[in-house]
Design a protein around this ligand. Structure first.
Ligand SMILES: *Cc1c(COP(=O)(O)O)cnc(C)c1O
Length: 369
């Protein structure tokens, strides 16, 4: 189109500028220390992140995807086991299940929150179901209590995908600490993002954490004999040091995200647009601000024409990707199908300015097909 993008979907440079000096000091500290892998920065960040979440253990890994894969393996998931999950959260979640040797079983979502519909899970479980993997999508926890009750009754694990939910809560407890194990990503645009890839596993189960520590390091602890077949999936000292600079700001950044979401909630008045719903008993941290509209693609083009960049999370259900094709899933997941056609993510990140939100809302409100 050749038009200038006046409001990009996200601009990470704004935050990088505000933290520049401290980040450079952290980088220098690691570079002169001579310790680059599994050293004091990773250990300290694991302690700090566990304390923040309120979990006993935290294990730094190389990405959110591998956090999920390692968490599943540490839970004892075996080849052919079934893991129940949702199909509207992008492909990494499903890739992790398949890479762990398991089979994803797709469950539909609740229409108003886009998270796993707990009422569908029980009906779809089979004797091969060994774990439930809910995704705390867009920064809001899936409704956990019914899933926790079900998992307890069936004696299976809950692995939480909290990759979009750093600091989010369900009934006052942090995302990632409700199930057996929780997984985080530090991909740069996440609510807590590194300057590259990174991830974290949190759990209260010391045995599971010890297995995860082996699995991230070729299956071995230090120079001991390898007891498990593992990966190389470690969080780097450099990333841990930089994340330690950023993590004290997480709550303030999340608060700013919530303030921006409240601006959107107040100012968006176009009746064609459905706004996100906050669960009353959860704290949403707005990794994304996602609206829904039947004329989504036309709205998206209309906004782009006015210099406003938006994204779609996600345009294709996981089971519609050739790699994870599941021909029976679409009929089972009508709400997932509808969401893929309707959802649209508006710009929202802590450094987005109030006047930019006003401009976005004016543009959305001016849309008619
Ligand atoms: C980002 C993300 C992942 C994957 O994290 P990476 O660090 O990119 O591997 C997994 N699940 C969800 C829901 C995510 O948003």
């Amino acid at each position: 189109m050749g038009r200038r993008t006046a409001i990009p979907f996200c601009d990470l440079r704004r935050q990088a500028r505000s933290l520049g000096r401290e980040i450079q000091q952290a980088v220098r500290r690691v570079c002169t220390s001579g310790a680059f892998i599994l050293g004091p920065e990773v250990e300290a960040f694991e302690r700090e992140f566990a304390a923040y979440c309120g979990s006993r253990e935290a294990v730094g890994v190389a990405s959110g995807t591998e956090a999920l894969q390692i968490a599943l393996l540490a839970c004892g998931i075996q080849r052919g086991d079934e893991v129940m999950t949702v199909a509207n959260a992008g492909v990494p979640t499903v890739a992790a299940i398949v890479l762990a040797g398991a089979v994803p079983a797709f469950v539909d979502i609740a229409a108003d929150t886009y998270t796993m519909d707990a009422s569908r899970v029980a009906a779809q479980m089979t004797s091969r179901t060994k774990a439930i993997l809910p995704v705390h999508l867009y920064g809001q926890c899936a409704e956990m209590q019914p899933l926790l009750d079900l998992a307890k009754r069936r004696q299976i694990h809950i692995v939480e995908d909290a990759c979009q939910a750093h600091g989010a809560m369900d009934h006052g407890r942090h995302a990632g600490t409700l199930g057996t194990v929780g997984c985080f990503s530090f991909y740069p645009t996440k609510n807590l993002g590194a300057y590259g890839d990174g991830g974290m596993i949190v759990t209260n189960d010391a045995t599971l954490a010890a297995r995860a520590r082996r699995l991230r390091n070729y299956g071995a602890r230090g120079k001991e004999a390898a007891e498990l077949c593992g990966l190389n999936s470690r969080l780097d000292e450099l990333h841990a040091a930089m994340l330690r600079v950023k993590s004290p700001h997480l709550d303030r950044w999340n608060e700013r995200r919530r303030t921006l979401a409240a601006h959107y909630e107040r100012r968006l008045t176009n009746p064609l647009v459905k706004k996100p719903r906050e669960r009353p008993d959860a704290m949403h941290v707005y990794h994304l601000y996602v609206i829904a509209c039947d004329q989504r693609d036309a709205l998206r083009a209309f906004l782009l024409d006015r210099g406003i960049q938006t994204l779609v999370h996600y345009p294709l259900p996981a089971y519609a990707h050739p790699a994870y094709a599941d021909s029976s899933a679409a009929a089972r997941c009508p709400r997932t199908e509808a969401a893929a056609r309707q959802v649209l993510s508006l710009p929202l990140y802590p450094e987005l300015r109030d006047d930019e939100v006003r401009e976005i809302c004016r543009a959305v409100n001016a849309f008619s097909p």
